[in-house]
Design a protein around this ligand. Structure first.
Ligand code: FES
Length: 320
């Protein structure tokens, strides 16, 4: 109850002021305060949790200019293989609807001390960069933005990107010309000036290629953001439930929350991506494999998010 209260308190109500179809599968929502007051400020690269229904909370990067105090913009790709949030936005929401959103949080901020910023995006992964670019332009910091998409018609924000292409600040890469994404990240990062910072947001394979390529880079100069937390599935382990005295086996390739639900313990979930905080439970013994983006180090000493987290020890004792 307390956890739910805290989560509700972090939300502000917005109204959908406009909807723009960026491509046939990406729509951009313009959100404003119901009385047109200023919205809570955000920094470049920040995201918000969008509260779609009681059980549906999704995380989206803010893709507007942070200096615009009255509007949030989010761009959403309709994902037919996804978990339902994007289709809800595409099929149910209309201009004038109210939408609760969290205060902006930032796990992908722009480094303040950099000689150069190299930005790499795959598909809908370009959204956080759309809030970074206005800030970089305003501060006069040098950057280049590489955007990988299927083709030009599947590229959102084309008008903005075209203007930046003319200024030599953006390069578009389309699939079908060599590598999978159309961009050879290893080649691109071969020569970079000292104290350059590199950033990547895109599909899993792109992030993996980026991580491999930047392994020898100074850790502080490398930044990436995944679309959601990566679930810790893969190894089996046992959950000991201290209050009920029961033992539950979590199978290989099964999430903790699925194992609990399968055994009759209904854990409330919303995002199932380690970002909303709703499924939080406490543990008493064992070593969790934390994969969420919501708990602090301090909180991780007693709590875990079973929708994405697993176990590094053969068993975990839960306070259930
Ligand atoms: S359901 Fe959102 S963090 Fe687990």
């Amino acid at each position: 109850m307390l956890a739910a209260q805290l989560i509700l308190n972090r939300y502000v109500t917005t109204i959908i002021r406009g909807i723009r179809e960026e491509t046939e599968s990406i729509r951009c929502l313009e959100l404003g305060d119901p009385d047109d007051w200023e919205l809570p400020p955000f920094s470049p690269g920040a995201h918000i949790d969008v509260h779609l229904t009681n059980d549906l909370v999704r995380q989206y990067s803010l893709c507007g200019d942070p200096s615009d105090k009255k509007r949030y913009y989010i761009a959403v790709l309709a994902d037919r293989m996804g978990r339902g949030g994007s289709l809800y936005i595409h099929e149910k929401l209309k201009v004038g609807d109210a939408l609760s959103v969290s205060l902006p949080r930032n796990l992908f901020s722009v480094a303040s001390q950099a000689s150069y910023h190299l930005l790499i995006a795959g598909g809908i992964g370009l959204t956080p960069f759309m809030s970074m670019i206005p800030a970089l332009l305003q501060s006069g910091q040098p950057f280049h933005f590489h955007v990988c998409t299927k083709d030009r018609t599947h590229t959102p924000f084309r008008a903005q990107l075209d203007g930046l292409i003319k200024r030599g600040l953006v390069t578009l890469h389309h699939r079908g010309r060599g590598a999978d994404t159309g961009l050879d990240i290893a080649q691109l990062l071969k020569v970079q000036q000292p104290n350059a910072h590199v950033y990547c947001c895109g599909p899993q394979r792109m992030i993996e290629e980026f991580q491999t390529t930047t392994r020898s880079w100074p850790e502080n100069n490398v930044h990436y953001e995944r679309f959601s937390a990566e679930s810790a599935v893969g190894n089996a382990y046992t959950l000991e439930l201290s209050k009920s005295g029961r033992s539950i086996e979590v199978m290989e390739s099964e999430t903790m929350v699925s194992a609990l639900n399968r055994n009759g313990f209904a854990v409330r979930t919303a995002c199932r991506a380690g970002i909303c905080g709703i499924c939080r439970i406490n543990y008493l013994e064992g070593k969790p494999d934390h994969r969420d983006h919501v708990l602090s180090d301090e909180q991780r000493r007693i709590s875990l998010m079973p929708c994405v987290s697993g176990s590094l020890s053969p068993s975990l004792v839960l306070d259930l």
